[in-house]
Design a protein around this ligand. Structure first.
Ligand code: UDX
Length: 458
C-alpha cells in the first residue's frame, strides 16, 4: 500500500470547497487554493462562503484537525500535494452560449508550472468535450524540466443543497483518460466510497467529459418535457402532478425531475445545456443542437407563463400592484440565485411597475446583491402583507407548511400563483384563495369564502 497522497483543490466555490472538506473527511491532508483572498480568509475561519447544509461543520472540523488548509498561493499547493483537483468554474461567456474556459486553463497552467515533484492533475470542472486534451498540451508545455504529471478527468455530479452527501457517497465515479498508475491513485483517493459500493467507470477523456454534460442535459430535458406536457394539461383541463405520479411508477421513466412548474435554473443546468448546444454545433452534431434549443426555449417560456398569470390576475397590468414573492433561490436548500427563475420573474414584474416584495429564508442577501432595487422582507407575512397577488417561486418547506388562513388575513386579495405546484391547492382554496398552478385546474374558492374574503378586504 502506497502512503496516502496529499491533495490540493484548486478553486473553492460550491464544488471545490465541498470537495476539499470531503477529502479531509476521508482522511487526507488537503490544501484548498483560491485567487480570492476574502474567500480564503472565510474558509480559514471555518466558514463556507455560501449556504450549504453540513459544509461549515465539516470545514470547521478539519481546519481544527489540521487536515484542511487554505491558501491563495498556488505554488504552495503545487509543492505540497500529489493529486491536484481542478474545481474552478466554467461560466457562460458573455454574448455567447460557449463556456468560458480561461479559469480551467489558468488553473492547469499555474499548478503544472509550479510543480516541484511528479503528480496527478485531475479535472473535475464541467467542460466542453475536447477541453481535457487541450489542457494536456498546456501542461506538457509548462511543466518544469524533469517533472512528470498526468492529466485525467473525473467529473463531479454534486447537487447544491446535498453537496456533502453527494461528494462522500456519489452514485458513480467516472475516471477518464487514466493509465494503470493514475487509476490506482484515484482508487486510493476514493477507497472509502468504492468500498461502500460506489461503481467506478473507466473511460477515455472525451467520454468522461461528456458524461457530466449529458447527465445535466438529460435532467434538463426531463424537466422541459413535463413542462411541455403541463401546457397540454392547462389547455385540456388535466392535472400534471397526478400525471407525473402515474408516469413515475414506470421504472423506465421514474418520478424524479418530473415536477412541472417554473423550470430549471441555477449555476449548472442552464449554462451546461447552452455550452453543449454550442459545442454540438461546432462538432456538426445538429440533432443535439435542435433538441437542446427546444429544451432551453420551453424552460424560458415557463418564466413568461408565470408573468402572464400575474398580469391576468391583476386585470392586464401589474402597474402599482403589490406582489408578494415567496422565494428567490433557484431551488430550496441553497442561497444560490445564479440564473434563478424566481428572481428573474420578480425582476420582470418589478420592471412592469409592480411593487414587488421578496422573501426567501436563505437567499435574501445574495438576491439583494443581484437585484438591489426590489423590495425585500424578513418574513413571509411581511412579504405578502397587502398583496394583490402572492407568488410562490421556490418550493421552500416553510411555504409548503404556511397557514392559508393566517396569510389570507394579511393579503389584500387572496390570489395565489403556485409556480412550483407545491401547495395543497384544496386547503388554500378552502381558506378563500384562488389558486393558479402550472398545468393543474385552478382551485377557486367556494362562494361563501369569497364573500368572507371580500369582507376582510381593505
Ligand atoms: C444539477 C445536477 O442535478 C447535478 O447533478 C449537477 O452536478 C449540477 O447541476 P443543481 O444545479 O444543484 O444540480 O440543481 P438540481 O437539483 O438539479 O435542480 C436544478 C433546477 O431544476 C432547479 O431550478 C429546480 O428547481 C429545477 N427542477 C428540478 C424542476 O423544475 N423540476 C424538477 O422536477 C426538478
Amino acid at each position: 500500500e502506497q502512503p496516502a497522497p496529499r491533495i490540493s483543490v484548486i478553486g473553492t466555490g460550491y464544488l471545490g470547497a465541498t470537495h476539499a472538506a470531503a477529502m479531509a473527511e476521508l482522511g487526507f491532508e488537503v490544501i484548498g487554493v483560491d485567487t480570492d483572498p476574502r474567500k480564503v480568509e472565510e474558509l480559514r475561519e471555518g466558514r463556507a462562503p455560501f449556504f450549504e447544509p453540513g459544509l461549515p461543520e465539516l470545514i470547521t472540523k478539519h481546519v481544527a484537525s489540521g487536515r484542511l488548509r487554505f491558501t491563495t498561493d498556488i505554488a504552495e499547493a503545487a509543492a505540497f500535494a500529489d493529486v491536484h483537483f481542478i474545481c474552478v468554474g466554467t461560466p457562460q461567456q458573455s454574448g455567447s452560449f460557449a463556456a468560458n474556459l480561461s479559469y480551467v486553463e489558468g488553473a492547469a497552467r499555474s499548478v503544472a508550472s509550479n510543480m516541484t515533484h511528479d503528480g496527478l492533475i485531475v479535472g473535475k470542472s464541467t467542460v466542453p468535450v475536447g477541453t481535457a486534451a487541450r489542457l494536456r498540451a498546456i501542461v506538457a508545455e509548462v511543466l518544469p524540466e524533469g517533472i512528470q504529471a498526468e492529466l485525467v478527468w473525473n467529473p463531479e455530479f454534486l447537487r447544491e443543497g446535498k453537496a456533502v452527501d453527494d461528494t462522500l457517497a456519489p452514485d458513480r465515479l467516472v475516471f477518464g483518460g487514466t493509465t494503470d498508475r493514475s487509476e490506482a491513485l484515484l482508487r486510493q483517493v476514493y477507497a472509502t466510497p468504492i468500498a461502500a459500493g460506489t461503481p467506478v467507470l473507466v473511460a477515455d477523456l472525451p467520454t468522461a467529459e461528456l458524461v457530466k454534460v449529458s447527465a445535466n442535459a438529460f435532467l434538463a430535458t426531463k424537466i422541459s418535457f413535463i413542462n411541455a406536457i403541463s401546457e397540454i394539461c392547462d389547455a385540456a383541463g388535466a392535472d400534471v402532478s397526478l400525471l407525473a405520479d402515474a408516469l413515475g411508477h414506470d421504472v423506465r421513466i421514474g418520478r424524479q425531475f418530473l415536477n412541472a412548474g417554473l423550470g430549471f435554473g441555477g449555476g449548472c443546468l442552464p449554462k451546461d445545456i447552452r455550452a453543449l448546444m454550442h459545442r454540438s454545433g461546432e462538432l456538426g452534431a445538429y440533432a443535439a443542437v435542435g433538441l437542446l434549443q427546444q429544451v432551453d426555449e420551453i424552460n424560458m417560456g415557463r418564466r413568461q407563463r408565470v408573468i402572464d398569470l400575474a398580469l391576468e390576475a391583476c386585470g392586464g397590468s401589474v402597474l402599482n400592484r403589490r406582489i408578494g414573492v415567496l422565494g428567490a433561490a433557484f431551488k430550496p436548500h441553497t442561497d444560490d440565485v445564479r440564473d434563478s427563475p424566481a428572481l428573474n420573474v420578480a425582476a420582470a414584474l418589478h420592471l412592469r411597475g409592480a411593487q414587488v416584495v421578496v422573501y426567501d429564508p436563505q437567499a435574501r442577501s445574495t438576491a439583494q446583491r443581484m437585484f438591489p432595487t426590489l423590495g425585500y422582507a424578513d418574513s413571509m407575512g411581511e412579504a405578502v402583507s397587502g398583496a394583490d397577488v402572492t407568488v410562490v417561486l421556490t418550493e421552500w418547506q416553510e411555504f409548503v407548511d404556511a397557514d392559508p388562513v393566517t396569510l389570507g388575513n394579511l393579503v389584500h386579495t387572496r390570489t395565489m400563483i403556485d409556480a412550483r405546484n407545491c401547495l395543497d391547492a384544496v386547503a388554500w382554496s378552502a381558506a378563500g384563495w384562488k389558486v393558479l398552478s402550472m398545468g393543474r385546474v385552478p382551485e377557486v374558492a367556494p362562494l361563501d369564502a369569497d364573500l368572507a374574503a371580500l369582507a376582510t378586504a381593505r
